[in-house]
Write a protein that binds this ligand. Structure first.
Ligand code: BGC
Length: 357
């Protein structure tokens, strides 16, 4: 049965708070074609994104909640969040930089995940600029915060472009050598929030290789070919077609929760394409990052209620987190995540929506 109800955006009241002495708010973006997005400066979250489906009906494709309490309750799932200072895992919560060992908070035993106990998803960002189609937020992560060296000035800009894309640009500078790996943790359901599992969505990843993981989801260090495995998405396949195969890597991830090594990462061609089987909505991901974490929502548990009243049942959303590889500081052969004093970190990811022709 087709659902004809129009999705709504979250209302401001749920996001007007004072947290850590700073004001939080909700910001709405709208492009010239009627697409709309909602963002908050609490954790620089993308809250909702309305784009047209094959019949022109606006559909919310980003999973999110009606208020900050919803985000606080679901903190460890990182719905729609900006992730930092280091996206994904660092083994056993430590790394060595310039001969010194740094210890981080173990929030995902036995590792650190997505920034530690209070990552960039749980702090209040300063809004430095906002207009109908874009918002820029900044955050100063102090030297020693969460164990990381260097005062890090971070900037993230969300822009809703007229071709129905959300362009996310990141920038950062530091006053001491440090490590950095920023990403966005939106969960997508291209048939609409709460419309069921994403197992019948098709996915194509321009990745001939991936980084296998151990049982704690830390890369073994190997760059392995996807050919002949359930990780081969070089040709479009449905997410669910092989997810229950007996495969040691799928077992380690409890499904897909792996970093794919992108063949090319030059922003001009999509590295990932997903299609909603019911809506016909197509998501193309563009990035200059070397990797992408494809997470099939395996740990979603049904314990959180979205804006439209639906709950976050297992695998009713998927993430495509553009990134440097997990645990890079402990794998000298992986592309480096070091940001040196005096350098500027810059990276861009675009999530572009259209409909299947
Ligand atoms: C990780 C998952 C984790 C999820 C939510 C993903 O980026 O790879 O293992 O469960 O984030 O925290």
């Amino acid at each position: 049965m087709t659902d004809t109800t129009q999705p709504t955006l979250p209302s401001k009241t749920g996001f007007e708070k004072t947290i850590d002495g700073k004001k939080t708010n909700l910001y709405l973006l709208k492009n010239k074609n009627g697409a709309e997005a909602a963002i908050t400066n609490y954790g620089a979250h993308l809250l909702a994104l309305l784009v047209p489906d094959k019949d022109g009906k606006l559909t919310d494709v980003v999973l999110g909640f009606s208020d900050i309490d919803g985000y606080k309750k679901a903190l460890s799932s990182y719905y729609g969040a900006t992730i930092g200072r280091y996206g994904n895992r660092i083994a056993k919560g430590h790394f060595v930089l310039d001969g010194r060992r740094y210890d981080l908070f173990i929030n995902n035993k036995p590792n650190t995940l997505h920034g530690g106990s209070k990552g960039f998803n749980d702090v209040v960002w300063d809004v430095t600029q906002s207009n109908d189609q874009s918002i820029t937020m900044t955050y100063l992560s102090k030297d020693g915060e969460e164990g990381y060296p260097g005062n890090l000035n971070v900037k993230v800009t969300y822009e809703l472009t007229n071709d129905n894309a959300i362009k996310i640009s990141y920038e950062a500078t530091t006053d001491k050598n440090t490590i950095i790996n920023l990403t966005n943790h939106s969960y997508f359901n291209l048939n609409g929030v709460g419309s069921g599992t994403i197992l019948d969505h098709t996915l194509q990843l321009k990745a001939a290789n991936y980084t296998p993981i151990d049982s704690t989801l830390i890369p073994t260090g190997e760059i392995a070919p996807v050919a002949g495995t359930p990780f081969d998405f070089t040709k479009a396949a449905t997410i669910g077609s092989r997810i229950n195969n007996t495969d040691a890597q799928l077992k380690n991830g409890k499904g897909y929760d792996h970093n794919f090594v992108l063949d090319k990462h030059d922003i001009s061609t999509p590295v990932a394409t997903a299609t909603g089987d019911e809506s016909g909505i197509v998501l193309e991901v563009f990035t200059d990052e070397p990797g992408i974490q494809f997470y099939s929502g395996n740990f979603m548990s049904g314990s959180n209620t979205f804006l439209n009243g639906k709950t976050d049942e297992q695998r009713t959303g998927f993430c495509l987190e553009t990134q440097h590889y997990p645990d890079s500081p402990n794998h000298p052969k992986f592309p480096s995540t070091e940001l040196k004093q005096g350098e500027t970190y810059k990276t861009v990811t675009i999530y572009k929506f259209s409909v299947k022709k």
